[in-house]
Design a protein around this ligand. Structure first.
Ligand code: ADP
Ligand code: MG
Length: 382
């Protein structure tokens, strides 16, 4: 990518700072904001499945130019003449001030280089599989430049660009958050397949497994502290208009000193209210509020319902909620007014809070800020 006064090194296009790899079109568009901004990315021809290079730029709107050619023949945008490398082709347009194509009249002004969250695939070493995701496996690994242990969610390379976009949605959401009770984002590696989301590695693993193994040994105080942590993270998300939609013990992680970190933002949305119309296949019925199940209407108050179930999981050593009932039966019982019972380990005040989270009318449920304040109070009294 030519930049003023810098010599142009002979790198492979993949190594160039302005090469963003297989990052989906929507993601790269976010990086291009002013007339003349440009970068290079890779995409797949839907029909032939062939890999091709694309010059994406901003010129009175987002434009994408396919770079035609091959290693052997050289590269061009249009016309008969080819240049030996993609860099030379771009350099030619940049230096001469000639438009990329005649029709577009678009002129290259500023190469947009990778941001610090755009990691190089080669810098990430996968070491051990620790989970199985919707889109691909989850690994423990190493982020070499920082010598840092990380968790890596991968996206199977057989998935379509559309699926890859959905996969990356999780990274895009996490990228904006910074909170002790939310798993931290390190970056996305999308230079080539498989695309990866890289996060801090949380050593204690999933809260659900922790509860099943060690839940009975925890004091009421420790269990309440876990509820405080989750409420703290959720209050932060609610304040930023993020609906998680899959809050459950299986999607929380246990960190050092048993600090809880909310994770798995694969279903989350940044909207005040989110309505789903597609099939309900993927929905965790036993954790989901009635209005979301019945009308597909999601708000942070639905997360509050799920939070009540999560509290129940915490105080029952990770039991399955509504065990012995199918999803459909549980749903029907809830409609009839049934709620999960209080078990012997659950303090009265905690159970009351759960019942508040399970108010049928979402408006009667507390917001996370109230839950958090209430729990902090309860903790003082324990
Ligand atoms: P999925 O989309 O498959 O539900 P999750 O984000 O829930 O993916 O991750 C699956 C499992 O991988 C988790 O239950 C947990 O055991 C492990 N895992 C995920 N992220 C981390 C992390 N940051 N640190 C440690 N383990 C993790
Ligand atoms: Mg999960």
């Amino acid at each position: 990518c030519p930049q003023d006064e810098l010599p142009i090194p002979q790198l492979r296009i993949e190594e160039e700072e302005c090469f963003h790899g297989v990052l989906p079109r929507e993601e790269v568009q976010r990086l291009l904001t002013e007339d003349g901004d440009y970068l290079v990315r890779e995409s797949k021809n839907r029909k032939t499945n062939e890999t091709r290079y694309v010059l994406s730029m901003y010129w009175q709107g987002h434009k994408h130019f396919i770079i035609h050619g091959a290693e052997e023949t050289g590269w061009r945008f249009e016309g008969a003449s080819f240049l030996p490398t993609i860099q030379e082709l771009i350099e030619q347009r940049y230096m001469s001030g000639e438009p990329v194509t005649n029709k577009s009249q678009a002129i290259l002004k500023k190469a947009i280089v990778r941001e610090d969250w755009e990691l190089l695939n080669d810098h990430i070493h996968l070491e051990m599989q620790i989970g199985n995701g919707n889109f691909g496996e989850v690994y423990k690994g190493m982020y070499a430049p920082k010598n840092m242990v990380v968790a890596v969610k991968t996206c199977r390379d057989t998935l379509s660009e559309d699926q890859r976009k959905k996969f990356l949605q999780e990274g895009r959401i996490l990228k904006q958050y910074n909170h002790p009770n939310i798993v931290s984002f390190i970056g996305i590696a999308a230079q080539r397949q498989p695309v990866m989301i890289v996060m801090e590695f949380v050593p204690g693993g999933a809260l659900l497994s922790f509860l099943r193994k060690q839940g009975k040994q925890q004091s009421k105080r420790q269990l309440t502290q876990m509820c405080v942590d989750t409420a703290n993270g959720m209050a932060y998300l609610e304040g930023r208009g993020c609906i998680h939609r899959d809050l459950a013990a299986r999607n929380c992680l246990v960190g050092d000193n048993n600090v809880i970190k909310i994770s798995d933002f694969g279903m989350s949305r940044e909207e005040e209210e989110y309505t789903v119309s597609e099939g309900m296949k993927q929905i965790p019925i036993k954790w989901t509020a009635p209005e979301a199940l019945n009308f597909g209407k999601y708000t942070s108050l639905c997360d509050v319902w799920s939070y009540g179930i999560l509290m129940w999981e915490i105080f029952s050593a990770g039991q399955q909620p509504y065990s012995g009932m199918t999803n459909a039966q549980a749903r029907e019982k809830i409609e009839d007014g049934y709620r999960l019972p209080q078990n012997s380990q659950t303090p009265e005040s905690m159970y009351k809070l759960m019942l508040g989270c399970w108010e049928y009318n979402p408006k009667k449920r507390p917001h996370f800020k109230d839950v958090y304040d209430g729990l902090k109070d309860a903790l003082k009294r324990l």
